[in-house]
Design a protein around this ligand. Structure first.
Ligand code: DP6
Length: 326
């Protein structure tokens, strides 16, 4: 066969307990475990076609051919896949997302989860969920959490074989919603990969790591028992800890804008009025506001009233990465 292709879709995810810092940056073995939820309705679709006539890999993102560092990153990932499968052909990769780049949603997670599934199938491999999660991790750490469905935990592990993600609970286990307050669409000045490399030179990272198992246990239990009060306390604590590490790294990273703080204050005010919600912030200025589904419409309206909020996207718990017919 001259060209072999497969297509897969995957959702991005929002981390409740964050991944920040690696023990091994090459293998993306994280300093701590992390917990997240896949975001339904937000989708990246990737098609991988290995083609013996190609002289180099090609990346087409949302219809445009992309050269440079993004292509190099995809090529390095395909090299891992080629080594696993024994295939030597180059590939054409099409990747399309239905959510805007720069909307504060980790696009690399959905992209590499979909790429791992489509790429492995195109290369003739039938991987288990665990093997796929390990493979996706090599492209982007958080991508390993977009392979299984629903509420997901990535166990840090000790080596390549033991560092992978698995579901804690399916999407319909708990009806909570992520309302994403978009305050900026500008590309971030320091990407996650560079940021992870700075984590260990913050004096606070050791304390963050030391308490991670405790926060993971509290978050896991809160999800399993649908205990929103325990959940919101540990989610905000963990996000604040990660940003404290970012701000005290050398050089320091400050991802927040004035509107970021305005949204955080609005969430605290909502809580004071009995509207149960909490915030979490990734490596960017946009704020993910989590709340029970019954409150999502009101929370989203309130977020749109905050000065500087351009848009509020909402997402329920999403399913696993899956293959689709062309
Ligand atoms: C702040 O998975 O994007 O979103 O492995 O370098 O691609 P790379 O990093 P990435 O880091 C995610 C950082 C985070 C927290 C999280 O999602 O856990």
């Amino acid at each position: 066969m001259f060209s072999i292709a497969a297509t897969a879709i995957a959702h991005p995810n929002i981390a409740f307990i964050k991944y920040w810092g690696n023990r091994d940056p090459l293998l993306r073995l994280p300093s701590t475990g992390s917990i997240s939820m896949n975001l339904d309705g937000l989708i990246t679709r990737a098609t991988v076609a290995f083609d013996r006539s190609l002289e180099q890999d090609i990346l087409i993102q949302d219809g445009n051919e992309v050269p440079g560092p993004p292509l190099e990153r995809v090529s390095q990932f395909l090299d891992v896949l080629r080594a696993m499968s024994g295939l030597s052909s180059r590939a054409r990769v099409h990747s399309e997302s239905n959510f805007p780049a720069g909307s504060g949603i980790a696009s690399s997670a959905a992209a590499f989860a979909a790429l791992a599934l489509a790429g492995s199938r195109a290369a003739g491999l039938e991987l288990t969920e665990r093997e796929l999660s390990r493979l996706a991790r090599r492209g982007s750490g958080s991508a390993c959490r977009s392979v299984p469905g629903g509420f997901v935990e990535w166990r840090a592990g000790e080596d390549d074989a033991s560092s992978y993600a698995a579901s804690i609970a399916p999407p319909d286990h708990w009806d909570i919603v992520d309302c994403i307050a978009v305050v900026s669409r500008a590309p971030k000045s320091t990407g996650s990969t560079e940021g992870h490399a700075l984590a260990d030179n913050s004096p606070l990272q050791a304390a963050r790591i030391a308490g991670a198992d405790r926060r993971l246990a509290i978050c896991r239990r809160a999800i399993l028992e649908r205990d929103f009060q325990a959940f919101r306390e540990v989610v905000e604590l963990d996000s604040n800890l990660m940003h404290a590490v970012m701000m005290t790294s050398q050089p320091p990273l400050l991802y927040w804008l004035p509107a970021t703080i305005a949204v955080v204050r609005a969430v605290i005010a909502m809580r004071g009025e009995g509207l149960d919600a909490c915030y979490t912030i990734d490596a960017g200025p946009n704020v993910h506001v989590l709340c029970p589904a019954s409150l999502a419409a009101e929370v989203a309206c309130r977020l749109l009233e905050v000065e500087g909020v351009e848009e509020a996207l909402t997402a329920r718990p999403g399913g696993p990465a899956r293959l689709v017919e062309e």
